[in-house]
Design a protein around this ligand. Structure first.
Ligand code: RM4
Ligand code: MN
Ligand code: MN
Length: 427
């Protein structure tokens, strides 16, 4: 946690400038016919889960450059996520990865989280790597494997992950499969999918009451010729075959270049199967960069679909929002603070879209005015709105400035000795 007055002290230095910016924005919005208070209220409802694997410095297969003070275990990761929650007031849940962050004592971890004001979002299974001591290898797949014993092992792992999640108070499991082939002919394209579905059916059958199962598609990597769950169509086929508690998870980095991701989102909403997101950004592939850093307009267009769907569907429309990033060169805490801020900005802009006007222009095929309606919202400087939502909940006007001023990283550098410490996985 931060020291008691850290956020207030940091906010005092920004208070006057913030008030001026907010007043100016309020006047502008009033002039346009938008209501500031109701926008702030809806923006406040936006929450996103932080993945346990994002707090240590990430890496690539070429190397990893750790920083002083990064967390050494899952308890310290939660401590860091609690700091992100204190500063942003928008990250009350953690998405846990098993076995990377497997708790030795789940009730103790749950109590540690609760003391920090945190709960648990979807738990994530891992059959994309062999773990030490594991009897059978996933080299040629897990759920799709030709050998029933390997499939059984992968199913058993997922049931274990559900059990851990149940103890933590989670209510969903995300399954991302690396299963696929590197060469033509290696894998029977239809049968591998059938075996994957049959394995997932066993996981689905074990879901506790009130739980949901998310399948996450990804076009390539680590399989470079064919991936079993390569796209949203395959993911949707699985969800529809499994049952009404199975949904598709959209990781923004899991699309081929130029894919219209907002259209993918719209289709999954239409099928009532959009389960959630892994937010991040990408230039080329599954780059796991800060959400909104490279393609902020795309992020806005995705948020626009979500706000539009919430308007049509009401309270029943509640996808899980999660982050999935790897921080190779930024301090992970600062990267996540930036991420949450970027997500809130994109969401705030989407809230400002004049939907009546947009529909009016769409109905009349007025292309220019329809596009201008979107641009008007996108080009609004919503930073004062996002800061105000944080301030009203006790968070920081400028989370990164407050974080730097707090000295938290210097303190952890002093207290988290790396002697005997095994660094996190490089992906
Ligand atoms: C995958 C996928 C999963 C994540 C792993 C670490 O590419 O995005 O969601 O758990 O990476
Ligand atoms: Mn992901
Ligand atoms: Mn990924």
């Amino acid at each position: 946690m931060l020291e008691a007055q850290a956020i207030q002290t940091a906010n005092e230095t920004e208070a006057d400038a913030h008030r001026r910016d907010l007043d100016a924005r309020a006047e502008q919005l009033q002039h346009r016919g938008s209501d500031l208070e109701s926008t702030l209220e809806r923006l406040r409802a936006f929450e996103v889960a932080v993945p346990s694997w994002a707090l240590g410095t990430g890496g690539t297969r070429f190397g990893r450059f750790p920083i002083e003070g990064e967390p050494r275990d899952v308890y310290e990761k939660l401590d860091d996520i609690a700091v992100i929650r204190e500063l942003t007031r928008a990250t009350p849940r953690v998405s846990l990865h098993i076995p990377w962050d497997e708790p030795d004592d789940a009730p103790a971890l749950r109590a540690h989280a609760a003391a920090l004001g945190l709960g648990f979002d979807a738990v994530n299974s891992n059959t994309f790597q062999d773990q030490p001591g594991q009897s059978l290898s996933y080299k040629f797949g897990s759920f799709c494997h030709t050998d029933a014993a390997v499939r059984d092992q992968a199913v058993a792992h997922n049931l274990h992950v559900i059990e851990v999640g149940r103890k933590l108070g989670s209510d969903s499991i995300t399954v991302w499969l690396a299963d696929g082939a590197n060469y033509p002919g290696q894998m029977h394209l239809r049968r591998s999918f059938e075996r994957t579905l049959a394995s997932l059916e066993r996981v689905y059958a074990a879901l506790p009451d009130g739980w949901r199962l998310f399948t996450e598609h990804k076009p390539y990597e680590p399989a470079f010729y064919a991936t079993v769950v390569q796209d949203w169509g395959s993911s949707l086929m699985l969800a529809q075959a499994l049952g009404e508690r199975a949904f598709c998870l959209v990781d923004l980095g899991h699309h081929l270049p130029n894919t219209n991701i907002e259209l993918v989102v719209a289709r999954l909403i239409a099928a009532d199967r959009l389960g959630g997101f892994h937010f991040n950004d990408a230039k080329y592939g599954d780059d796991d960069l800060t959400a909104g850093s490279v393609r902020p307009f795309q992020l806005f267009l995705v948020m626009n679909e979500l706000v539009d769907a919430a308007r049509d569907r009401g309270a029943s429309f509640a996808p899980s929002y999660m982050i999935d990033q790897s921080h190779n060169v930024k301090d992970p805490i600062e990267a996540l603070l930036m991420t949450v801020d970027n997500l809130q900005r994109a969401y705030a802009k989407a809230l400002l879209v004049d939907r009546e006007a947009l529909e009016h222009h769409q109905e009349r095929n007025d292309v220019v005015m329809a596009e201008r309606t979107l641009r008007e919202a996108y080009e609004t400087d919503v930073r004062p709105l996002v800061a105000e939502v944080r301030r009203r909940q006790g968070g920081a006007l400028d989370p990164i400035a407050a974080f730097r001023a707090s000295g938290y990283r210097q303190r952890t550098a002093g207290t988290r000795s790396r002697a005997g410490y095994v660094p996190p996985q490089s992906l």
